[in-house]
Design a protein around this ligand. Structure first.
Ligand code: 5AD
Ligand code: SF4
Length: 477
């Protein structure tokens, strides 16, 4: 089934409500703050929420307490994310007590679950706007209602779009970084891995047209983007309903003048084609890094997870990739403590990590998600065992990551500078105005100092030291 496209630049209601909200504020300066939980897809969707709010007249602020509208873009992939969001809702009720005109909204994966959305509506009266994953076109209208219907029941809105075959084009976007940009190629997931909630809250797979994507890529490059990361829950099945392939899309993007680097995520191993593997050898802009979630090193567990590949298939993919591009670095996602995971299954995951030599891994303890098949499987693993396995896995991966990073010392690499590092940098905060950061093609952060702002430049750097997964370097003239 082909998706239906909503062009927001032409959408009468969407644009009328944007004008109405703008008219309400008049000359008054208003501010927005968006909290983001979860994956890169959410980070990018928050850029869209910010883009819509900016059109409505709300400037971004770094300080949530000075905001006039606050949105929480939620994640429900693990229990941990959910409890953090509930905690935040508590904090925001104090903000609203101090500033009653503050508008608070919640959107994303967690709210797309009807049960949860209804709970918010009935128990969290300080939340004005509740939107699901496919309803951001309703944000201006919801905001208008929250602002104009203060005393009425119509103040609070709840929109969950269960028609999951739509794609919004031309959504306003406020991009955090100009040099490296996200670009969504598809929405949804059809895979139903037995542990995963995503297919239930993100709907079925639907691909944007190659024309729309290439057009976005050209516009991004014109506005200063050098690196594009293509996004989708499972980009390897991009284009199936359009009779087009992901590898073909990469090859077309590789021809875009001025674009220097292409990355993508996330890839499902069962859908990676030889054509895509070969693209790593053919496309000079495609970076030598691939995030290829393994989830478990035990073929039995992989089968229970409904991953539809086994260790031999995975091993074969990695072999082919390393044949085509010997310097490619891999990263992965791993889950420990899936129902029925024995000590031997867990050991198979440790063995796989040793064998694959990932430069980085996101490791998780299995978290049962209501409505998924795995949540009702027998032999759920006790939390202390999950924790113990997770710690062992993290220790092993850390030692491998450090070894791979240490191998860079003394080498010269190309980095794409993302400019100055602030005091809020996660890995290496700094108050030195000349301290900057760039990324290698293998997606490693390199910190360096330079006399001028190098943001957006491709530079050669010699690596002088490594700390965990990040590197330090000096620029070569
Ligand atoms: N429990 C733990 N980890 C999960 N992931 C997805 N669902 C769960 C779950 N229920 C992990 C997978 C996936 C990543 C985005 O999150 O490893 O690749
Ligand atoms: Fe979840 Fe599997 Fe889809 Fe990834 S491929 S989003 S893990 S169901």
């Amino acid at each position: 089934m082909k998706p239906s496209i909503i062009d927001l630049s032409q959408h009468k209601e969407f644009n009328e409500y944007i004008s109405k909200v703008n008219a309400l504020s008049g000359e008054k300066k208003l501010y927005q703050y968006v909290y983001t939980f979860g994956c890169q897809m959410n980070v990018h969707e928050s850029e869209m929420i910010q883009g819509i709010l900016l059109k409505c007249g709300y400037e971004p602020t770094q300080n949530p307490e000075s905001a006039d509208v606050i949105m929480i873009n939620t994640c429900c992939i693990r229990e941990h994310a959910e409890s953090k969001i509930l905690g935040l809702l508590g904090t925001l009720s104090h903000f609203k007590a101090k500033k009653p005109e503050l508008v608070i909204g919640i959107c994303g994966c967690m709210t797309q679950q009807e049960e949860f959305a209804k709970k918010i509506k009935s128990k969290f009266h300080h939340v004005d706007i509740i939107l699901g994953t496919n309803s951001s076109q309703k944000l201006p209208e919801s905001l208008y209602r929250a602002l104009t219907q203060q005393e009425s029941k119509k103040r609070r809105t709840l929109y969950l779009d269960h028609e999951d075959m739509t794609i919004c084009e031309n959504t306003p976007i406020l991009r955090a970084k100009g040099v490296c940009s996200w670009l969504t190629v598809m929405y949804g997931c059809n895979n139903f891995c037995t542990y995963c909630i995503v297919p239930y809250v993100r709907g079925r797979e639907r691909s944007r047209t190659p024309e729309a994507i290439l057009n976005d890529a050209r516009l991004l490059v014109e506005s200063g983007t050098k690196e594009i990361t293509l996004l989708g829950q499972n980009v390897n099945s991009y284009g199936k309903e359009l009779d087009y392939s992901f590898a073909k899309l990469i090859k077309e993007l590789n021809k875009v003048d001025g674009l220097e680097r292409i990355r993508f995520m996330t890839s499902h191993p069962k859908d990676i084609s030889d054509e895509l593997i070969n693209a790593f050898g053919e496309c000079d802009k495609l970076c030598e890094h691939l995030h290829l979630p393994l989830q478990s090193g035990s073929s039995d567990i992989l089968s229970k997870m409904n991953r539809r590949y086994d260790m031999d298939t995975y091993r074969n993919i990695v072999k082919k990739l390393r044949n085509v591009r010997p310097d490619i670095e891999l990263s992965t996602d791993l889950i420990v403590g899936f129902p029925g995971e024995t000590d031997d299954d867990f050991k198979a995951t440790l063995d796989a990590v040793n064998e694959m030599q990932y430069s980085f891994a996101f490791s998780f303890a299995y978290s049962p998600r209501k409505g998924t098949k795995a949540a009702v499987m027998e032999d759920q693993i006790p939390e202390p065992i999950k924790k113990e396995r997770l710690n062992k896995l993290i220790d092993l991966q850390n030692s491998i990551s450090q070894k791979i990073s240490a191998n860079y010392v003394g080498k010269t690499v190309e980095i794409l500078s993302e400019g100055r590092v602030g005091a809020d940098d996660e890995a290496s905060p700094s108050n030195d105005p000349m301290r900057q950061v760039g990324r290698t093609r293998t997606n490693k952060k390199v910190y360096f100092t330079a006399d001028n702002d190098t943001n957006g430049q491709l530079l050669q750097a010699r690596i002088t030291n490594s700390v965990s997964v990040t590197l330090g370097g000096e620029l070569l003239k």
